[in-house]
Design a protein around this ligand. Structure first.
Ligand code: SME
Length: 318
């Protein structure tokens, strides 16, 4: 079993005060490759122009670019969650770089709260990685984040928009170049992990909200605000189209003063140009709970519920 406590101390000793990203990631992958048993690849992919690009590693040559959302690495980046895969051959879309790999663990690394890279480890054994590895490697990743956050060139960001029915506004964001993934969920209430039914019935104070993950080098937060305002009816105070009540009212959950000001500027400009009051609440981001899988990419899974005109106008048939 890997001694993660010692490994983390060794990592700290190696990288503390070293201002070179590549050197530190190279040493980190060498450390893991030397210390972990039964692995055949350990290294990093870094976010660059909306993709994951191969970084320092130990093992056989690997694929150079991975789309965010593809394979195990892409899933870790787009879902911002560690992927512990018992058998890679059962993972939909797994990318086989080394045919010897049978199990894999991928941990996202963050800079300024957004995914900037992933740590990927492969093993020839099925079921090689355990919850203990997940915990140990997440601690290892935290040390890297702490020491390296200022050195990463790019990081993904996420914007949170409540725009009425989350099924309906998802396609507008998905179609925008630079938007990597769109997750349906709930923000703005206090209850932990609310259910779809409770939010729909206005029991929790949450609004249906989408989390749009984007590459800030390709699309700006301002542009996301434009998409949000054109995909909704911003002059409706009590809901959107057939969906009524607070959970369907509009809000931007800002994560910085910069985001708040950007959204405010867009709202003011629209009020000026239309001569009408815009009903978008600007609130500081507190939490976001992803909705169930059946609500993700709903428009793709249920094409009969929408037609093109309805998607354009943000309405659904029922
Ligand atoms: N298997 C990974 C690709 C990277 S290699 O394992 C080094 C994936 O599916 O994302």
């Amino acid at each position: 079993m890997t001694d993660y406590k010692t490994l983390c101390l060794q990592l700290k000793g190696l990288i503390e005060g070293v201002p070179h990203l590549t050197a530190n990631l190279a040493n980190a992958s060498a450390l893991l490759f030397g210390a972990m048993e039964d692995i055949n690849w350990a290294g990093f992919y870094l976010v660059e122009n909306g993709k994951l690009v191969l970084g320092p590693f130990q093992g056989k040559p690997a694929c150079i670019e991975i789309d965010i959302g593809s394979g195990v690495c892409g899933a870790a980046a787009s879902q911002d969650r560690t992927q512990l895969v018992e058998n890679v051959h059962l993972f939909p879309g797994h990318i086989a770089c080394d045919s010897a790999s049978n199990s894999e663990i991928v941990v996202p690394l963050h800079a300024n709260g957004a995914v900037a890279a992933v740590l990927d480890i492969d093993s020839p054994l099925v079921g090689r990685f355990t919850e203990c590895d997940r915990h140990g490697l997440e601690e290892f990743a935290k040390i890297l984040e702490c020491e390296l956050s200022g050195l990463f060139g790019c990081a993904l960001k996420s914007g949170y928009f409540a725009g009425g029915c989350f099924w309906c506004i998802t396609p507008f964001f998905k179609m925008a170049p630079g938007v990597i993934s769109v997750t349906s969920g709930y923000s703005g209430g206090d209850e932990i992990d609310p259910s779809y039914e409770d939010v729909k019935k206005q029991r929790t104070g949450h609004r249906e909200t989408i989390k749009a993950t984007y590459d800030p080098q390709l699309v700006s937060f301002e542009k996301l605000c434009d998409i949000f305002l054109s995909a909704t009816d911003p002059f409706d105070a009590d809901g959107q189209f057939i969906d009524r009540g607070r959970s369907y009212t509009l809000a931007v959950y800002y994560q910085s003063e910069q985001e708040r000001l950007a959204a405010e500027r867009k709202i003011n400009a629209l009020e000026q140009s239309s001569g009408k009051k815009v009903y978008v609440s600007l609130e500081p981001f507190k939490s976001f709970y992803a909705a169930g899988e059946e609500h993700q990419d709903y428009y793709l899974k249920n094409p009969d519920a929408f037609d093109e005109e309805m998607i354009r106008s943000g309405r659904k048939k029922s």
